[in-house]
Design a protein around this ligand. Structure first.
Ligand code: SD4
Length: 290
């Protein structure tokens, strides 16, 4: 640990890290790295929790949440956005080209179209088929299974020592229409403080929002905890607030200003992808329960 540049992302997002690494290894900026990185799963129809190919809400619509933060502490976010393949790039435009932090739904779509993004159908045949099968029982409960996610939260530390982060998702499968999770909410799904470090979350967003999870992890690092310990303490907090703690998953990843990194989850099965000068790998995170 302790080297830069590096990129870390939730789950087995090795390919996303590759794209981020190609920016970082050429002395690129952390913000460009995380945007390039998370665009990979956004465009990948095989990734069923992000962007194109993501599982729809219970009405059969793919609705996307994303946010981004730069080393200056600026942030941009889109929530409940439909028909745009790269919500992270729209979030970046919200940050850079508007006086606002967050745009929602129709307004976010209007802004995206005005900014030159194209309207596209994001519901793939595979996701539509699964949704139709789900409709037969239609249990109206956001489904977050414990071991099979790929929502991406990504943090990068560039050669200059600056931190940025991005988070993007299609959210909980078969959620209520209009539901927004933690992923696009600054402090919940993502937080970066260039003086301390950054954190990102995945899992059942409602639980992450309730403890302002990523902000909590960053503040725990500010108090002197290592990234792994900060993630563990935030997971302990979630456990202590939720009697149903065995029924859902939450995982955090974090990196500090020195290039130390880590992750931790509530249930087993979580891990993160890491790329630094030593190469790339998938790391199984420790969990509170095994
Ligand atoms: C959400 N946190 O919308 C996201 C879902 C997720 O892997 O992380 N899935 O609640």
């Amino acid at each position: 640990t302790g080297d830069k540049p590096l990129v870390i992302s939730t789950w087995n997002n090795i390919k996303a890290n590759d794209a981020a690494w190609s920016v970082l290894s050429q002395d690129g900026h952390a913000l460009d790295a995380v945007e390039a990185g998370v665009k990979i799963p956004e465009a990948d129809p095989a990734d069923r929790s992000v962007g194109y190919g993501g599982r729809p809400d219970r009405d059969g619509r793919v609705t996307l949440d994303a946010c981004i933060m730069n080393p200056e502490g600026d942030c941009g976010s889109v929530v409940f956005l439909e028909n745009i393949k790269h919500p992270i790039s729209v979030a970046r435009k919200v940050m850079e080209d508007t006086p606002h932090v967050m745009l929602a739904g129709e307004g976010a779509l209007k802004f995206a179209l005005e900014s030159g993004f194209k309207k596209e159908n994001l519901l793939t045949e595979a996701s539509e088929k699964e949704w139709k099968a789900w409709l037969k029982k239609a249990e109206y409960k956001p489904v977050i299974n414990i071991e099979n996610h790929d929502t991406i939260g990504m943090l990068a530390l560039d050669k200059a020592g600056d931190l940025a982060g991005a988070c993007t998702t299609s959210g909980a499968a078969y959620k209520m229409r209009g539901r927004v999770g933690d992923s696009p909410i600054i402090g919940a799904g993502l937080y970066v403080d260039n003086e301390v470090g950054g954190a990102a979350a995945t899992g059942l967003g409602e639980k992450v929002i309730k403890v302002v999870g990523s902000y909590l992890v960053v503040e725990l690092m500010r108090q002197g905890n290592t990234p792994t310990e900060a993630c563990r303490l935030a997971i302990e907090r979630i456990k202590s607030k939720n009697p149903d703690y065995r029924d859902f998953q939450v995982g955090f990843v974090a990196v500090n200003k020195n290039g130390e990194y880590g992750g931790y989850s509530l249930q087993k099965g979580f891990g993160f992808a890491l790329h630094n000068e030593e190469g790339k790998k998938y790391v199984k995170a420790d969990s509170l329960f095994s």
